[in-house]
Design a protein around this ligand. Structure first.
Ligand SMILES: [Zn+2]
Length: 384
């Protein structure tokens, strides 16, 4: 395939690989794959290997990279190549992060009152702990007047620490699709830009690669620069993100917008697709079992798109519709290559209704594919 849209790159928020994940975890990569094909843009799947539990098991973080490649390859009928998947252990990435930290004026050293636990999962400015508990976006629990960490159970301790923080200066905002999320994204950015953001971690002291001078960088901050790193040779990066991860995406954008040069960011926010079980349980199936049940990579990557209703932040998809996908998948005519689409038209092509029409058409003897259907066929059907 040729790329006609070389100034733009499509990626996902970095995913942490796990062994035998439920197949639902691949929805964002699949959506990004289809969107990149419609835009005729390059796709890069980003993998977060920092602070990986699997690294403790393998003693080799790069094993996590291969794990993700192998899993993603199951959807494509081909082995994924190195240029396709980028992670934070990549050569040059650490150097890039150091360089950015050294040159961004809004990254500042300071003393701050920090609340934290020894496992390192819960750590933030002490003044923000109460609000964080109420927002439910945190590992911190409040019970009988005590704040504790959900992960290790320890009570949070407070200490004055030498820290690295971000005092945002950028007022940039990303393009947001569907547009219904624009206000929510702007509100999140206003909240984040109205205060300092803690970039370093100081409670859990250990050997780590995420270090800039004497500061241990928060792993969530470390991976946040990956989209900037992969987008350094293009003008625009399209980040495909599931609605439940929107807060993480906006936090990452907060950092990206401070970079120099900052990439233009376009978010495509897809719903979380929940599977409703019918006769054969499908919900939460490990990836390899799901691929077997689907019977082919084409069906495996096509089925989740039946849950794609852009007007909802959470949608449900009946497991029984896997059989609809299986029995309608074969095209009755050769798939023709389409031109690239503007991002604004992508949602009109990539959705449940267009896919249903396409599948139903294939089951009838008089298969007439609509113009949107032709685009969808190309987006979901062929390999790179
Ligand atoms: Zn903890």
């Amino acid at each position: 395939m040729h790329f006609s849209n070389e100034n733009r790159l499509v990626c996902i928020l970095p995913v942490t690989p796990v062994e035998n994940p439920p197949f639902e975890r691949f929805f964002s990569p699949l959506a990004a794959y289809a969107i990149a094909r419609l835009l005729k843009s390059k796709l890069q799947l980003l993998v977060n290997l920092t602070g990986l539990r699997i690294a403790e098991r393998y003693k080799d973080p790069v094993a996590g990279r291969h794990l993700f490649w192998n899993q993603w390859s199951l959807f494509l009928d081909q082995v994924v190549t190195e240029s396709y998947v980028i992670d934070d252990q990549d050569l040059g990435y650490a150097e890039f992060v150091h360089q950015q930290f050294g040159s961004i004026p809004s990254f500042k050293e300071a003393f701050g009152d920090i609340a934290g636990c020894l496992c390192g999962k819960s750590e933030m400015f002490a003044e923000l702990v109460g609000g964080a508990v109420r927002s439910s976006r945190t590992q911190i629990r409040y019970e009988s007047g005590v704040y504790s960490c959900r992960s290790c159970g320890q009570e949070l301790k407070k200490a004055r620490r030498h820290i690295l923080q971000l005092r945002p200066v950028s007022t940039a905002i990303p393009v947001v699709l569907p547009r219904r999320y624009q206000t929510e994204v702007i509100m999140m950015l206003q909240t984040l830009r109205g205060r300092n953001t803690l970039l370093s971690r100081s409670f859990r002291q250990e050997e780590t690669e995420t270090k800039v001078e004497e500061y241990i960088i928060d792993p969530d901050v470390w991976w946040s620069l990956l989209p900037v790193w992969v987008a350094r040779k293009v003008d625009t990066v399209v980040i495909v993100v599931a609605y439940p991860a929107l807060w993480h995406a906006v936090r990452a954008y907060l950092l990206m917008a401070e970079m120099s040069p900052a990439p233009k960011v376009e978010f495509v926010i897809h719903p979380r697709v929940g599977i409703v079980d019918c006769l054969t349980p499908l919900k939460g199936r490990p990836l390899t079992e799901y691929i077997d049940m689907a019977g082919s990579p084409i069906v495996a990557r096509l089925f989740p798109f039946l849950g794609l209703r852009w007007n909802n932040s959470h949608t449900f998809l009946k497991g029984s519709e896997l059989y609809l996908a299986q029995h309608s998948c074969k095209p009755l005519h050769p798939i023709t290559e389409q031109d690239s689409l503007p991002l604004s038209s992508v949602l009109d092509v990539l959705n449940r209704d267009t896919l249903l029409k396409l599948l139903k058409g294939r089951r009838s003897r008089y298969d007439v594919v609509s113009p949107t259907g032709l685009f969808l066929e190309e987006a979901l059907h062929c390999n790179w």
